[in-house]
Design a binder for this molecule. Structure first.
Ligand SMILES: Nc1ncnc2c1ncn2[C@@H]1O[C@H](COP(=O)(O)OP(=O)(O)OP(=O)(O)O)[C@@H](O)[C@H]1O
Ligand SMILES: CC(C)(CO)[C@@H](O)C(=O)NCCC(=O)O
Length: 455
């Protein structure tokens, strides 16, 4: 029997196939033709039918389980295609094997009878959240660079990077001020809020030097020490992030936020000690469903690519759209989204909004909401490490960066957002182990050459 494990989720079915390697002649002779065919079919292709895909970049080689060495292959297809999958498995002779497969996810219950009827396959059902925790610990133990985080190269939080600019603007401002032959109050007889309102005005002149009113307003606001941060969703802030490996050898306690169709949040205190502390129905399925409705896109990949080039500020109402600037008393920066999608109440704005902006706003809305709930759960549980997983993060660095920003900004650096290579990464080998010394990398890889090179 080939070694399979399945997770039949609300949106995607994940199939893990363990291909034994290094079989001796006797074992090879014993392997039936059906098994050989299945092995060849799975490992020689990376696409199955129209929608089945093998994530070749996630493949794990030289893994030992139950004394057998082999390779893990990761295959996925939409759960709507379970029927087609069963037909394919039948055509490959699966029904001729006496077989039981470990299966998890809601579909293990829902499709149990179909599996038995179509391919004579008994599903040995496992709880999906037990499997999630066990799977995370398994894969992390075998891949030293499994766990990573997003941060600027110097590891300082992104929102602190803007303080460089505060200093810079302050210096520019002082320069202007000193070269001016007029006083500040003469140039700007209005207060800070007036300056913020001047954002839309044209160039102004100070002592013969001119700069835009917007730059002056920003300068003053920064020099004045008002709350300021680069908008987390601005390209400038997001471009600061690089992936960095995280040493997860002492993981407990950690919060595990699984963003699938819906979202489950677990507090994990030991390998066999966790509880589901919360969840939300606004998850990856909501993002994709709303995006399809709003933009007419057809696939997750399309939705993500639209979002990548969109601007949510044409769709959302920001604090500054309501306050004219920051709401300083309660530390709400002007760039914070005050009300998701609120600009879409206007017929005029609706008529000129782009698909890209709608996709971006949907992504930001769903991601920020999950970030807020995760942050509250972490503080309730007294946990600092927050691991995000689930296929919503697949090919979706934007959400990972937004979550990283939100965790760090709102907790004043206390919370760390962590991610997993086998959930979301497109190029796992690009992760920098930059924060680790060579000796640390070596020790974490336990002398295994392939792990070391991956690092
Ligand atoms: N190729 C894809 N097709 C559809 N959705 C995708 C795809 N790739 C990533 N996604 C995203 O991943 C989500 C599904 O994630 P995941 O596979 O972790 O959950 P699930 O197991 O299907 O759901 P649940 O655990 O809630 O039952 C989708 O809702 C979507 O946001
Ligand atoms: C129902 C599950 C557990 C199925 O994986 C998941 O989609 C989920 O956690 N949904 C959120 C349900 C809620 O807590 O509101």
């Amino acid at each position: 029997m080939p070694w399979f494990g399945m997770d039949i989720g609300g949106t995607l079915t994940k199939l893990v196939y363990f291909e034994p390697t290094g079989m001796n002649r006797k074992e090879m002779d014993k392997e039936t033709e059906v098994l050989k065919n299945i092995r060849r079919y799975l490992t020689r292709n990376s696409a199955y039918g129209k929608t089945g895909r093998r994530d070749v970049h996630l493949q794990m080689d030289n893994v030992t389980i139950r004394g057998r060495r082999g390779t893990f292959h990761f295959i996925r297809f939409p759960t709507t295609e379970v029927g087609a999958f069963l037909q394919l498995a039948r055509s490959k002779g699966m029904a001729m094997l006496v077989n039981t497969v470990y299966a998890t996810g809601g579909g293990a219950f829902k499709f149990e009878e179909d599996f038995m009827k179509e391919v004579n396959m008994r599903l040995e059902k496992q709880d999906e959240l037990d499997a999630l925790v066990a799977g995370l610990l398994f894969v992390d133990a075998r891949n030293p660079c499994e766990c990573y985080y997003w941060a600027p190269p110097d590891d300082r939080p992104v929102h602190e990077h803007s303080s460089y600019k505060i200093t810079l603007y302050f210096v520019i401002f002082i320069g202007f001020y000193h070269s001016a032959d007029t006083t500040l109050s003469q140039s700007f007889p209005f207060g800070m809020r007036g300056l913020d309102r001047a954002l839309h005005a044209g160039p102004v002149s100070i002592g013969g030097s001119s700069m835009t009113a917007a730059a002056v307003a920003m300068t003053i606001s920064k020099a004045d020490g008002l709350t300021y941060s680069e908008p987390p969703y601005s390209e400038e802030a997001l471009s600061l992030y690089v992936k960095k490996s995280y040493n997860f050898t002492n993981p407990y306690p950690f919060l595990l936020v699984n963003i699938g169709s819906g979202v489950s949040i677990l507090a994990v205190r030991a390998p066999n000690d966790y509880k589901r502390v919360s969840g939300t129905s606004l998850g990856g399925g909501t993002f994709l469903g709303l995006c399809c409705l709003l933009t007419g896109c057809k696939t997750f990949e399309e939705a993500i690519s639209l979002a990548a080039s969109g601007d949510n500020t044409t769709v959302d109402k920001l604090v500054r759209d309501i306050y004219g600037g920051d709401y300083t008393r309660f530390g709400l920066p002007g760039d914070l989204v005050a009300s998701s999608f609120c600009q879409m109440c206007s017929t005029e704005r609706r008529s000129r909004v782009s698909r890209e902006d709608l996709a971006r706003a949907t992504l930001v809305t769903i991601t920020n909401n999950i970030g807020s709930i995760a942050r509250l759960c972490a503080s309730n549980e007294g946990i600092e490490k927050v691991v995000f997983c689930g296929n919503f993060l697949r090919v979706n660095p934007l959400s990972m960066k937004l979550l990283s920003y939100a965790m760090s900004y709102w907790s004043k650096g206390a919370l760390k957002a962590l991610f997993l290579v086998h959930e979301g990464a497109t190029e796992p080998k690009n992760i920098q182990c930059g924060a680790l010394s060579l000796a640390e990398v070596r020790s974490r890889c336990n002398g295994r050459a392939e792990a070391y090179f991956q690092c």
